[in-house]
Design a protein around this ligand. Structure first.
Ligand SMILES: [Zn+2]
Ligand SMILES: [Zn+2]
Length: 212
């Protein structure tokens, strides 16, 4: 192959393609496919972690946008990992091959394609809903990890879920029932008192308005 001689990376890809297809089950004509495409070292599996998933998304967006005809992703079943999705580059597009090489070199220097994209994805995975934090980082800055139970108690009180006579209350962010301690009970009582005052005040104002 002429291009493989001129572009050393293409030669690496030829070797890589042979290795990467071991164990893969092809739903297409493998010989014809391998004749036309090189496998690229950018893939994701069913069990991809955030970094693998993010790198794959960022790199495939970039390459598929710049080379819509000659870079494609394909999914294959695999006996060990269930399935994987991998990027492929057409053997006759030198520019696309060199662009893929630039990504491979970048990842060899630093393993994350786009730091911001990766940490956003990680955050999404660690916080599948508003009340759970699965982050391994004890300093996670999410609302669940940084919440003050007292503030949650205040909003539970405002929404009427908890009153000063409640035995216990449920903190959504702790995901736990908590007994009201004396201090909290006192705080609830004073909030209730203030609310009553406010209610009386506005009722009084209403009466004044009626007279006027
Ligand atoms: Zn968190
Ligand atoms: Zn809490």
């Amino acid at each position: 192959m002429r291009i493989a001689k001129a572009v050393p990376f293409a030669e690496e890809l030829a070797e890589y393609s042979r290795e990467s297809h071991e164990g893969a089950s092809f739903h297409i004509d493998r010989r014809a496919f391998e004749g036309l495409w090189y496998a690229l070292p950018f893939s994701r599996t069913r069990d991809a972690d955030a970094r693998e998933e993010s790198n794959f998304t960022v790199i495939s967006n970039d390459l598929e946008t710049r080379f819509p005809e000659t870079v494609q992703s394909h999914s294959f079943g695999h006996w060990a990992c269930g399935w994987y999705e991998r990027l492929y580059v057409r053997k006759d597009d030198v520019a696309a091959i060199l662009a893929a090489q630039a990504w491979a070199d970048a990842l060899a220097g630093y393993p994350v394609a786009d730091e911001e994209h990766c940490s956003e994805l990680e955050y999404e995975r660690d916080h599948p809903n508003e009340t759970d934090c699965y982050s391994s980082d004890p300093e996670c800055s999410c609302p669940v990890n940084t919440h003050e139970c007292a503030e949650m108690l205040a909003s539970a009180f405002e929404s009427g879920e908890v009153t000063k006579d409640s035995e216990e209350w449920y903190c959504d962010f702790c995901g736990d029932w908590r007994e009201l301690d004396a201090e909290e009970r006192a705080r609830l009582a004073s909030w209730e008192y203030r609310q009553e005052c406010a209610a009386l005040e506005s009722a009084g104002q209403m009466r004044l308005l009626d007279i006027a």
